[in-house]
Design a protein around this ligand. Structure first.
Ligand SMILES: C[S@@+](CC[C@H](N)C(=O)[O-])C[C@H]1O[C@@H](n2cnc3c(N)ncnc32)[C@H](O)[C@@H]1O
Length: 265
């Protein structure tokens, strides 16, 4: 199953914020509580998106500096515009080719990104290149295979009813390594001894079904990218299938769980 899909739409920061960024902010905060990083050190972030984790690092981790990078020019511009902090710098970069010298940062982190990187082992080697000896490598990904991203799971279940081709676009099928053992295996393949892997959980709460549905129509991210590719009849059928599945007259609350890994080099 390929890591990338033509529906992985990484642009339109405001739409992404509505779809995922607001939950990214919530989990970034819980992640840092788990990570307990050292203060006054140099950070590099891979795949900063609209800046959810960048913001949390600046607010909670007392960094000396943060270089936030993403492959998407659009997202980098969005994050740069939102975050005015002299400790933060931004750059457009691929995970496999980081804009930092050898042994130049103390912590490299990445939020909800590594599953979208096709060359994951290369990225983990690149991270180790830029880390200082003893530096901290840490990342987290949604627990797609364990049904740990409830609202996305619900979307793809309904999408498969309307278009069987959606089955293979479901992140749970695309990213089978997003499990506790998958993260451990990935880390050991990259030569990282004894990584710690832990679940981080939040709740995603929507006041009603219309609020649940709207972000899927806004274009940013894999599920909204797929939704936007449907003709109006199929989109209506998908919405109806999703409403039937959730069977909600009011608030919709679904769990979201990520697996986080950390290892010192
Ligand atoms: C689900 S978003 C996560 C964004 C942000 N970290 C957050 O927590 O909301 C995935 C991000 O990974 C970026 N991305 C995907 N593949 C990448 C790669 N090979 N190198 C760098 N960034 C990548 C995308 O542009 C997008 O911003």
């Amino acid at each position: 199953m390929p890591s990338d899909s033509k529906h992985d739409a990484w642009s339109m920061g405001d739409s992404y914020e509505h779809y995922m960024g607001r939950w990214s902010r919530k989990i970034a905060s819980s992640y840092l509580e788990w990570l307990k990083p050292p203060a006054q050190v140099d950070w590099l972030e891979i795949g900063c998106g609209t800046g959810a984790l960048t913001n949390a690092i600046l607010a909670k981790a007392d960094p000396k500096s943060v270089l936030a990078t993403d492959q998407s020019e659009d997202f980098v511009k969005h994050a740069q515009k939102e975050i005015a902090d002299p400790r933060a710098a931004f750059g457009q970069a691929q995970a496999q080719n980081l804009p930092a010298a050898d042994a130049s940062v103390d912590v490299v982190t990445s939020a909800l990104v590594l599953n979208f990187v096709p060359e994951r082992p290369a990225a983990l080697h690149e991270i180790q290149r830029v880390l200082r000896p003893g530096g901290l490598l840490s990342f987290y990904v949604w627990d797609y295979p364990g049904g740990g991203m409830g609202f996305i799971d619900a979307f793809w279940t309904a999408a498969a009813e309307v278009d069987p081709a959606a089955t293979e676009l479901n992140e749970s099928a695309r990213f089978p390594f997003c499990t506790r053992s998958g993260l451990r295996d990935l880390c050991s393949e990259a030569g990282l001894a004894q990584p710690e892997v832990a679940p981080i959980e939040i709740a995603t709460v929507f006041p009603d079904f219309e609020a649940f549905w709207k972000p899927f129509t806004m274009g940013a991210g894999p599920a909204p990218g797929f939704c936007g590719s449907l003709d109006p009849d199929h989109r209506d059928a998908l919405k109806a299938a999703l409403a039937r599945q959730l069977d909600s007259g009011g608030e919709i609350s679904l769990p979201a769980r990520a697996w986080a890994a950390r290892a010192n080099i």
